[in-house]
Design a protein around this ligand. Structure first.
Ligand code: FPP
Length: 224
């Protein structure tokens, strides 16, 4: 992929893990496992292509309502992912960031999040944002609370100030919804939907999304 018109901020709603497992007669946890493997590949590919920010919807505020064994498995996957990937994140200058309300996470998961943030803080290539216990409305409410009585902009009070607007939002698995993801930063994003289930999503599918993005005529509400 050449670097012409690569979106600076890509956000992904990684959907379809459970369906991927179901059609194979597997427990849905296997879908998430394969999904985490896709995360590894796509993070590496985005870093190589020159994407600056990659925001992944890894756990929504609603996901706590899933069966306990599934939630527990996702917590384990976060730990495992950080444990395995931290050395190459550091080596490749990837900066790991958390967006969302982390308070509800088990202590061990919070410790891994903090460790990854701390040890990658000087990363200068890709900013990898894990959106966890994340909800777009909750983020705006949080910002409004922080803002109360102060002379600041909402934008500066969001979970992670200083992150630019999303250029390209990708959602896998055929659903065409925003599902409470990054509401504020999606205002002028280009949207790309694919039927591919997240565990099957490859570098080729990412290229298809980049290709589609290159063809878009972004107007930001103005006449161009
Ligand atoms: C949607 O699949 C995805 C999630 C609930 C969370 C995304 C989690 C991962 C990709 C794996 C863990 C990630 C990391 C980085 C360790 P779904 O279960 O809603 O699938 P469905 O749409 O087929 O029901």
């Amino acid at each position: 992929m050449n670097k012409i018109k690569i979106p600076s901020h890509v956000a992904i709603i990684m959907d379809g893990n459970a369906r991927w497992a179901r059609v194979r007669g597997l427990d849905r946890v296997w879908g998430h496992r394969r999904g985490a493997e896709t995360v590894r590949k796509i993070v590496r590919y985005c870093a190589r292509c020159g994407v600056n920010y990659l925001s992944l919807f890894a756990f929504s505020t609603e996901n706590w309502a899933r069966p306990k064994d599934e939630v527990d498995a996702l917590m384990e996957l976060f730990i495992e992912y950080i444990d395995k990937r931290l050395p190459d994140m550091k080596e490749n200058g990837i900066r790991f960031l958390i967006s969302g309300n982390r308070e509800k996470f088990p202590e061990k998961v919070k410790e891994y999040f903090m460790r990854a943030e701390r040890e990658t803080a000087y990363g200068k290539s890709l900013n990898l944002v894990f959106c966890v216990n994340y909800g777009g409305r909750q983020e705006i409410e949080y910002a409004a609370g922080k803002l109360a009585g102060k002379d600041e902009k909402i934008e500066d009070c969001l979970y992670l100030p200083g992150i630019p607007d999303v250029d390209l939002l990708i959602r896998t698995s055929g659903e065409q919804r925003i599902s409470n993801f990054l509401l504020w930063k999606l205002a002028y994003s280009e949207l790309y939907f694919t039927d591919v289930l997240w565990p099957d999503f490859t570098e080729y599918d990412m290229d298809m999304a980049f290709k589609s993005y290159r063809r878009r005529n972004r107007k930001f509400g103005k006449r161009v």
